[in-house]
Design a protein around this ligand. Structure first.
Ligand code: PLP
Length: 426
């Protein structure tokens, strides 16, 4: 008789399959533990995490300082709602606004909620400050954007999978090509009702598309000149990921406090999430100066959990870790090393056409059709070789490890990646 060996992984996957909605297609690996740059599966196999929960875990898995802050606050006071004040919110708001150099913050929980918040603020600002006629405000967005999954946010996606059969869609958005400054200029010139330009400084989900070095700065100048809010979605790119505190900082090391507009395209609204908690808790935020944020009055926007004491304590700790451990500098240094090492391989490769990215947000493009399974198959082989990554779109694989990695670990990872890719060379 043939007895099938049922592993703990198989069982966990079966349970999800049977009892969970099928809204994801995960790589078949069941994780049960994480520490720093590593995760372990239920069979105790150890992996390098090269996704970092879509860049939420920049500070590394289960960072003791962040977990400690969370634990302490959770066992002191977890949630008051905003019906009452709590003694963490004010200090957190002071800390985060000084950290990113804005007057005010509006705290939310998930990234999509923060994007929704920014859209609402931009519209309200347009009606009350810019003088746009009610219901006429438009927001310019980019093709192939990813800003989350709510009905409004998917309304301006052009990913058919994300949109189809979820209509009717929210109006009020104008889509232009990404990294096309003339398209932005034309869109701004063609309409007097533009409230804002919502943009990712690097398009992460689309496949780590890095725009021209001066795209952010020129976009910001155009927005200024047209009295339009420049809204940066840094949920994935922000908080040291790209080797700068914010990706709008480009190659500048000012950590957001630069006085030179030439190197720091300070957004009118900054949207953060993911690594704002180091991945320990859903914490998101919209930051803006008074002129913009003060359009929001009591009762006009909110969230039961937004600004809760645990979120505040976790976010302060997570941001402190970024500074204490020089994660900006480390991401920049290791990112340069990663791309130069991979390029040595790519020069002789028929399989991989390029590596692109900034800091430790990178992707390789596989020389195969968008519909091919090669990228997925490579990720399966990477898994077998002890490194977890996932294709973003078709033939693109994103590599985004925690930023607490050492140089020796990074070189170890490069050798795993190169060894694996070589298995697929023809
Ligand atoms: C992940 C992400 C979001 C959505 O965040 P959620 O927390 O998943 O709602 C929005 N914008 C960008 C750029 C992201 O990467």
């Amino acid at each position: 008789m043939h007895l099938e060996k049922v592993t703990a992984s198989d069982q966990a996957i079966k349970l999800e399959d049977k009892h969970g909605a099928h809204n994801y297609h995960p790589l078949p690996v069941v994780l049960s533990k994480g520490k720093g740059v590593h995760v372990w599966d239920v069979e105790n196999k150890k992996y390098y995490d090269f996704l970092s929960a879509y860049s939420a875990v920049n500070q590394g898995h289960c960072h003791p300082k962040i977990v400690g802050a969370m634990h302490e606050q959770a066992s002191t006071l977890a949630l008051t709602s905003r019906a009452f004040h709590n003694d963490i919110l004010g200090p957190y708001e002071k800390y985060v606004t000084e950290y990113f150099n804005f007057d005010k913050v509006l705290p939310m929980n998930t990234g999509a909620e923060a994007v929704e918040t920014a859209i609402k603020i931009a519209r309200k600002w347009a009606y009350e400050k810019k003088g746009v006629e009610e219901h006429q405000a438009q927001i310019i967005v980019c093709e192939n954007n990813f800003h989350g999954r709510t009905t409004t946010v998917i309304s301006f996606s052009n990913d058919e999978n994300a949109r189809k059969n979820f209509g009717p869609y929210t109006p009020g958005f104008i889509k232009i090509p990404y990294n096309d400054i003339d398209a932005l200029k034309d869109a701004l010139a063609s309409n007097d009702n533009i409230a804002g330009f919502l943009v990712e400084p690097i398009q992460g989900e689309a496949g780590v598309y890095t725009p021209a070095d001066d795209y952010m700065q020129k976009a910001k100048e155009l927005c200024n000149a047209n009295n339009v809010l420049f809204i940066a979605d840094e949920i994935q790119t922000g908080i040291a990921r790209t080797g700068a505190l914010l990706a709008v900082c480009g190659k500048c090391s000012c950590q957001g406090h630069c006085e030179q507009q030439a190197t720091y395209s300070k957004p009118d609204m900054l949207i953060l999430g993911k690594a704002l908690s180091g991945g320990n808790y859903p914490v998101s935020a919209v930051l803006a100066d008074n002129e913009v944020m003060n359009v929001i009055k009591p009762g006009q926007h909110g969230s039961t959990f937004g600004g809760n004491p645990v979120a505040g304590a976790v976010a302060i700790a997570a941001l402190e870790v970024v500074k204490d451990e020089n994660l900006i500098q480390n991401a920049r240094k290791l990112g340069d090393l990663f791309r130069s090492e991979l390029n040595k391989y790519i020069e002789q490769s028929d399989l991989v056409s390029l590596v692109r990215g900034r800091g430790l947000l990178n992707a390789i493009v596989i020389n195969d059709s968008e519909e091919s399974t090669t990228a997925w198959d490579i990720c399966m082989a990477l898994r077998d070789n002890g490194l977890l990554a996932k294709p973003t779109h078709g033939n693109i694989i994103r590599f985004a490890p925690p930023l607490v990695m050492t140089e020796a670990e990074l070189l170890d990872c490069v050798s795993i990646i190169v060894k694996t890719l070589k298995q697929f060379e023809k």
